[in-house]
Design a protein around this ligand. Structure first.
Ligand code: ADP
Ligand code: MG
Length: 225
């Protein structure tokens, strides 16, 4: 699904990631932990090709990201759903249009019939909020909407950047449950978080691996947390 070999990334001359080796198998569930500023968001950006590695190799869905044409990148990005740290909605568009946006952009809006869309929206518990504007939603509702938008294209890989960052524990559990359900449907999931309680809860429900980001390195953490 995802293969990094001696991959590194620097902003300007400043190294953020170096010597990253990782093989993410299809259907696996990973957490990515590390202190704020360690490079979690940068790592996820490498995984969805918002950034290119400055060193080494990144292969996504069996394609080396270097030398890909724009259309290839667009095609691969369609198979990846991203839940951004700050949700990134268009504030003057209602929630339905925001969530449908990836379909619209890719010209696939007709493929997801109304029934499937309603199923998705009720799965995240937002059926009553589709005509609301993003600023009218609570942070938990926004995060669930961001998750719905990330999976509206039926991606194979889901990358969630601190999806429970500013939520209370009950809502964080709800988001995690949705991510676990997606994984049980066969999707590969990577969640950046520094919430160890969340990781412990996930470990009791699904087989997960934990990657720890420190000193520019990504390391597989042991079983104890
Ligand atoms: N666009 C950018 N240009 C320069 N430095 C950046 C940029 N984005 C992030 N950084 C820096 O890279 C480091 C890692 O950031 P980030 O990946 O966002 O960490 P995390 O998500 O773990 O908090 C931070 O020190 C941050 O300031
Ligand atoms: Mg971040």
């Amino acid at each position: 699904m995802l293969h990094l070999q001696e991959a590194g990334f620097s902003y300007g001359g400043r190294e953020i990631l170096s010597g990253v080796n990782l093989d993410v198998a299809p259907g696996s569930f990973y957490f990515l932990t590390g202190p704020s500023g360690a490079g979690k968001t940068t790592f996820l950006r490498l995984c969805y090709q918002a950034l290119m590695p400055t060193k080494g190799v990144v292969r996504i869905l069996d394609r080396d990201v270097r030398g890909l044409h724009r259309e290839d990148i667009a095609q691969i990005r369609r198979r990846i759903g991203v839940v951004h740290q700050d949700c990134q909605f268009v504030d003057h568009m209602n929630m339905e249009d925001n969530i449908r946006m990836p379909l619209q952009v890719s010209g696939r809006n007709t493929e997801l019939d109304d029934r499937s869309f309603q199923d998705l929206i009720s799965w995240v518990g937002l059926s009553a909020h589709m005509s609301a504007l993003p600023p009218e939603l609570s942070s938990g509702e926004r995060q669930r909407a961001a998750l719905a938008r990330a999976v509206v294209m039926s991606p194979d890989l889901i990358l969630a950047d601190e999806p429970t960052g500013n939520l209370d524990w009950e809502m964080a559990q709800k988001i995690l449950t949705l991510l676990i359900e997606l994984n049980k449907m066969g999707k590969t999931v990577i969640v950046a978080t520094h919430d160890l309680q969340l990781i412990r809860m996930a470990k009791s429900k699904v087989s997960t691996r934990v990657l720890r980001l420190a000193n520019n390195k990504v390391q597989l953490a042991g079983v104890d947390l």
